[in-house]
Design a protein around this ligand. Sequence first.
Ligand code: PTJ
Length: 258
Amino acid sequence: MQVPKTHPRYESLMKREKIIEALDKGILAKAGLIAHGRGEMFDYLIGERTIPPALKAIEAAAATLILSKNPVISVNGNTVALAIEDTVELAKELNGKIEVNLFYRTKERELAIKNVFEEKFGNDIKEGKITILGIDDATEQIPNLDSLRGKVSKEGIFSADVVLVPLEDGDRAEALVNMGKKVIAIDLNPLSRTSKKSTITIVDELTRALPLLIKYVREFKRKNREDLLKIVEDFNNKKNLKETVEYIAERLKKLEFE
Ligand code: PTJ
């Protein structure tokens, strides 16, 4: 569908178009449509902008990623549909590792996702700037996780110290934390199990959060280790989620309907 640029909800409609296109290409799980709708609803509640607690979480996430030894960015259908470019850009600022890890895992979807990475970023893959893991090498198992998300790459999520998980389901976040890993989630729902179980939760829309995360990673590379550690230590996820919910409540109380 052609969305006119003048449409007041142009950005939102364009995201829907990307989601539908990804479904048609076999990248998105059908349930990804429902997940996107839930995300849109929470985005309305926060006012469709990056709110102060989210920015604090983004800073803590950037510092954590720079301090990590083996970070991995986990991607699913929705992430590839909405933010493949930014995912690759962020990976290139880190160690280049991206792992395809699907809840609704099928060989067809894995291959569709592999193809889109190869089509768009074949040169980066050839030059070793990014590595796409999790497709032919998901030989390890996350303990106590029965879903197909439990199958992971040894070089990737299995041995990672920090895992960035945009749009996650709570079970895996918890299982990864139980393995001693730091989990950074990007999830518009501050009440989700993922949000509660992750080490750092960025309650923001994926396509707004990722460019900011890239910006802070670039900026923070100039900081010394002590300053980065302080940013991480000062961050408290439970407190941040509480601030997020309070922000939403205050915002709703003040809304005017003219
Ligand atoms: O591609 P697969 O097979 O791995 O499946 C992916 C989905 C997303 C279908 C699967 O993980 C799932 O069912 O997730 P949930 O439990 O619906 O959780 C998705 C969460 O992401 C919800 O809390 C949404 O609010 C949130 N969300 C949706 N769209 C966005 C988002 N958060 C940030 N940015 C978005 N664009």
